[in-house]
Design a protein around this ligand. Structure first.
Ligand SMILES: [Zn+2]
Length: 154
């Protein structure tokens, strides 16, 4: 973790080839109701949560996933396997690169959360919203790469 464009982020200490699993996103599994309670008390906690299943989220506070930043043209994605969430390279990543994923891949159509984007990509979408708002070509590519988990409603 070190300073990147938008605050703190995950920076690769070594290179990863496309399709390599980088690390597990660890954290506490919490209910959707808990995430909504976070919204009322400390929104930052809710914003950091990863969708884990239809009804549950993963709160990565204190773990590396807390620093995972969004990018509209990311070099990694989130996969679910062995009951865990994992960060997987979807492009070759060089040592020193920030590791990013597209938050929209974990936002189902039932997720109302959205965020303004300042990722710096040439094709930055300016707003990050649920997966159904992505261009069809982007969704196809993410599906081919396996980084839209099956529990995400599209
Ligand atoms: Zn962007």
């Amino acid at each position: 973790m070190k300073p990147v464009r938008n605050g703190l982020g995950i920076v690769a200490l070594r290179s990863f080839h496309e399709h390599a699993v980088i690390c597990q996103i660890k954290g506490r599994i919490v209910s959707a109701a808990t995430v909504w309670r976070y919204w009322e008390t400390e929104a930052r906690l809710a914003e950091n949560c990863f969708r884990y299943s239809a009804e549950r989220y993963l709160n990565p506070e204190g773990e590396i996933g807390q620093y995972a930043n969004h990018a509209c043209d990311p070099n990694a994605g989130i996969i679910k396997q062995h009951r865990g969430l994992w960060l997987k390279a979807i492009a070759d990543i060089a040592a020193g690169d920030e590791v990013t994923h597209d938050y929209s891949t974990l936002l189902g159509v039932d997720d109302v959360w959205k965020m303004r984007c300042n990722c710096g990509a040439a094709r930055c979408r300016r707003w990050v919203r649920h997966v159904a708002t992505l261009p069809a070509t982007v969704v196809r590519r993410y599906r081919t790469l396996g980084v839209i988990p099956g529990f995400i409603q599209t």
